[in-house]
Design a protein around this ligand. Structure first.
Ligand code: HEM
Length: 320
């Protein structure tokens, strides 16, 4: 008799965490390529230069540009391997997990969508709206990767159902906060579209509004986001939210404040490349942490009804 192989939960967890890092990381390395003007650091594919798979001394292309572009290629390849492994691992999870499979399947689909968008971006000569869309697609992918990690952590439970750990009002306010975050991220890409780091020196910029006008809109949305976080903080306190929710909320507040400060500094300093790349990293961290907070508003159904996970007795959620 043969024993069927099943994915060890720890492997699924490691792959899910790598998916979070990869989906967020690719947006950051993409931004580094953009702000350093390294898009042609490796002018050929798959070789960096004719006859060399890796960067090599060349009088026409600076070594830094070569390595930046080459690192982006390496991360892309690593991400493809990770998302493919996520799908295979999710298929072999026992007992079967439907939502986990869907979340895993979304990872390679997202990478394909990014590849197509990347091609369109090049074909349109780095038009600002395609560059912005290319970045923004990473946002739902990071969010879904966080949910994948959440489900990977729940492996070993009897079923896939989850119950809410906080009252409806908290989740409702979090949805509103998430929507404002998306608006904040979109506004950020519009600032970039009008600014000096839109792609290539010759790329047409968004010129309907000026950088100061868009940066003001962007910062105003941060104020709305922070205001909602303050309200959320009071609400979590009032309802006696469980510790994981409170801890994640505090991490989100800290990351948001740091990201806001970084945004202000980079604006005041005339958007230096290093700070712009760090700001993109901060945007991904803000997204991932908001998703992580959302993930804590539900918990796997406890094995025993009296298991005491802090879960609110409410109908099980099948997908969120
Ligand atoms: C949680 C708070 C914030 C988030 C999540 C955020 C997010 C973003 C995002 C996603 C971008 C676009 C990056 C890209 O397309 O490559 C961006 C750009 C930008 N942000 Fe923010 N931002 C925040 C706060 C701020 C604040 C308070 C300021 C101050 C005015 C600011 C100034 C800028 C500037 C100047 C750019 C354009 C940089 C460039 O030229 O590429 N940000 N931000």
């Amino acid at each position: 008799m043969t024993t069927r192989w099943s994915t060890p939960p720890v492997l699924m967890r490691v792959l899910a965490v790598l998916a979070v890092v990869g989906q967020g990381g690719i947006a950051v390395t993409g931004a580094v390529v953009r702000v350093t003007g390294s898009g042609l650091g490796c002018p050929t594919w798959p070789e960096c230069f004719p006859g060399s798979l890796v960067p090599t001394p060349n009088p026409e292309v600076a070594t830094l540009h070569q390595w930046v572009e080459f690192s982006n290629r390496l991360l892309t390849i690593a991400l493809v391997v990770v998302v493919a492994a996520c799908v295979v691992a999710a298929v072999f999870v026992r007992p079967r997990r439907r939502r986990l499979r869907w979340l895993a399947a979304a990872m390679p689909l997202g990478v394909v969508a990014q590849a197509v968008l990347g091609g369109i971006t090049v074909l349109t000569g780095l038009a600002w709206y395609t560059v912005a869309a290319h970045f923004l697609v990473s946002v739902p992918l990071v969010w879904l990767a966080v949910l994948l990690a959440r489900d990977a952590w729940a492996l070993g439970r009897a079923g896939e159902s989850r119950v809410t750990t906080v009252p409806r009002a908290v989740r409702g306010l979090l949805v509103v906060t998430g929507v404002v975050l998306v608006a904040l991220l979109v506004a950020g890409t519009l600032v970039t579209s009008a600014g000096p780091h839109a792609g290539d020196a010759a790329t047409p910029r968004l010129d309907a509004l000026t950088v100061p006008q868009l940066a003001t809109l962007h910062a105003d949305l941060l104020c709305v986001f922070l205001g909602l976080l303050v309200g959320l903080g009071f609400l979590l306190h009032a309802v006696g939210a469980p510790r994981p929710v409170v801890v994640r909320f505090r991490v989100l507040v800290l990351i948001t404040l740091a990201q806001g400060a970084l945004g202000g500094v980079q604006y005041a300093l005339g958007v230096p490349e290093v700070l712009v790349a760090l700001h993109v990293l901060g945007a991904m961290l803000t997204t991932a942490t908001t998703a992580w907070l959302w993930a804590a508003t539900t918990a796997p159904v406890p094995r025993e009804p009296s298991g005491g996970t802090g879960a609110v007795a409410s109908p099980a959620l099948s997908a969120s």
